[in-house]
Design a protein around this ligand. Structure first.
Ligand SMILES: CC(C)(COP(=O)(O)OP(=O)(O)OC[C@H]1O[C@@H](n2cnc3c(N)ncnc32)[C@H](O)[C@@H]1OP(=O)(O)O)[C@@H](O)C(=O)NCCC(=O)NCCS
Length: 213
């Protein structure tokens, strides 16, 4: 028996995606056996997106100090709790749209939209990262889809959501492709990441015609 519910509260930017298959809640208790893809479609999975709070600092550090996450992303390494608190207070919390990806209420990563301003208000940039022990379960793809389903109502001037990804970051490219983004091409020597100028693949998703804003 399967049950699937997708709900969203646009006012509070709170989302719930619940996938349920009555087989083994016990497996959930095992907390993600390594790289077991079958697990993700046989399990109770509840992902929520919500703003970060200062009290999330320990969960934040769990993924933000994860070498695997830092290695493939543009994020810097947080070395102390104080450092992480400053980041939450000065960057994540006041950010126009920066959300904790939460599993069972605990943040396990982030997803953010950077909306353009002035003549660039027609577009927004999506970025994300997830603690490495949760990789390969479809969690980020789910989160990106949640964002796609509400972002154009939240930012009425936005007509395009884009993501650019290091050409070597195949997992992130796959996330955007699975979510329905279109690959537009490669921007060569586009951005400097950790001292290295990299090529990026540009992806976009356009506002569907049936969105009422
Ligand atoms: C990129 C990232 C967010 C993906 O999160 P995730 O929840 O594991 O993503 P999903 O499970 O939804 O999808 C990952 C897909 O990439 C695939 N993948 C993973 N590594 C891959 C590789 N080396 N080559 C090809 N595909 C790969 C997975 O198999 C999966 O595809 P599938 O469902 O078709 O099998 C996560 O790896 C991460 O946090 N990386 C570090 C930070 C980062 O790179 N952020 C993005 C910056 S642009």
């Amino acid at each position: 028996m399967r049950f699937r519910r997708l709900g969203s509260d646009l006012g509070t930017t709170f989302f719930t995606l619940l996938c349920f298959e009555v087989t083994s809640c016990e497996r959930w208790g095992l907390r993600y056996p390594e790289k077991n893809k079958a697990f993700r479609i046989q399990s109770l999975m509840e992902i929520k997106l919500r703003p970060y709070e200062l009290s999330d600092v320990d969960d934040f550090m769990e993924w933000a100090c994860d070498d695997e996450v830092i290695r493939t992303s543009r994020l810097r390494h947080y070395t102390s709790r104080e450092d992480a608190l400053v980041y939450l207070q000065e960057v994540a919390i006041p950010h126009p749209w920066y959300r904790a990806m939460c599993l069972e209420e605990s943040p396990i990563g982030f997803i953010c939209i950077k909306p353009g301003s002035a003549s660039e208000r027609c577009r927004g940039l999506v970025s994300y990262a997830l603690g490495s022990k949760y990789w390969g379960k479809g969690i980020t793809t789910m989160a990106v889809k949640m964002v796609m389903s509400t972002v154009f109502q939240e930012f009425p001037d936005m007509e395009r959501l884009e993501g650019f990804v290091n050409v070597d970051n195949k997992a992130s490219q796959r996330v955007l492709e699975k979510a329905g983004f279109q690959k537009e091409g490669v921007l060569r020597k586009y951005v400097i990441v950790k001292g290295r100028t990299i090529d990026v693949t540009m992806y976009s998703y356009l506002k569907p015609d049936n969105i009422i804003t």
